[in-house]
Design a protein around this ligand. Structure first.
Ligand SMILES: C[C@H](O)[C@H](O)[C@H]1CNC2=NC(N)=NC(=O)C2=N1
Length: 118
């Protein structure tokens, strides 16, 4: 089977009415985003990123928000001095969809490539 790298994919509209990914499917996809942890019996994934200060955390959160708007898929984010925690779940199915993993991979990419401050 060919594995298409998550980061090259685009979120698809999720209308609900479909089953969430199974825990086996979640475990397989998590290999591409190993820094994310599986939470709530495989219904949610989460990662905390660390930064040098509040402004850098905020700049990252702004970029995550812009990405979410362009992909049409939206994480829950909490942040404070030096950190941002991103949580992904597809609300319509109260569980995980491939979209959550696509977003996670793209957010990892953002964090790797972000240019912060002067
Ligand atoms: C029409 C559009 O796909 C939906 O309203 C989207 C928007 N963003 C979303 N984000 C998340 N995380 N879960 C959803 O179910 C969801 N629904």
């Amino acid at each position: 089977m060919t594995v298409t790298t998550l980061v090259t994919k685009t979120c698809t509209p999720c209308q609900g009415g479909i089953p969430p990914l199974t825990s086996d499917e979640v475990a397989a996809l998590q290999k591409q985003i190993p820094d994310w942890s599986i939470q709530d019996e495989a219904r949610r994934i989460e990662r905390t990123y660390t930064f040098r200060n509040f402004a850098e955390a905020f700049a990252f959160v702004r970029k995550v928000a812009e990405l979410a708007e362009s992909e049409g898929h939206h994480p829950d984010v909490s942040f404070g001095w030096g950190y941002a925690t991103v949580s992904l779940q597809t609300k319509k199915i109260q569980g995980l969809h491939e979209n959550d993993f696509i977003m996670a991979a793209k957010i990892d990419d953002l964090a790797d490539n972000i240019s912060l401050g002067p």
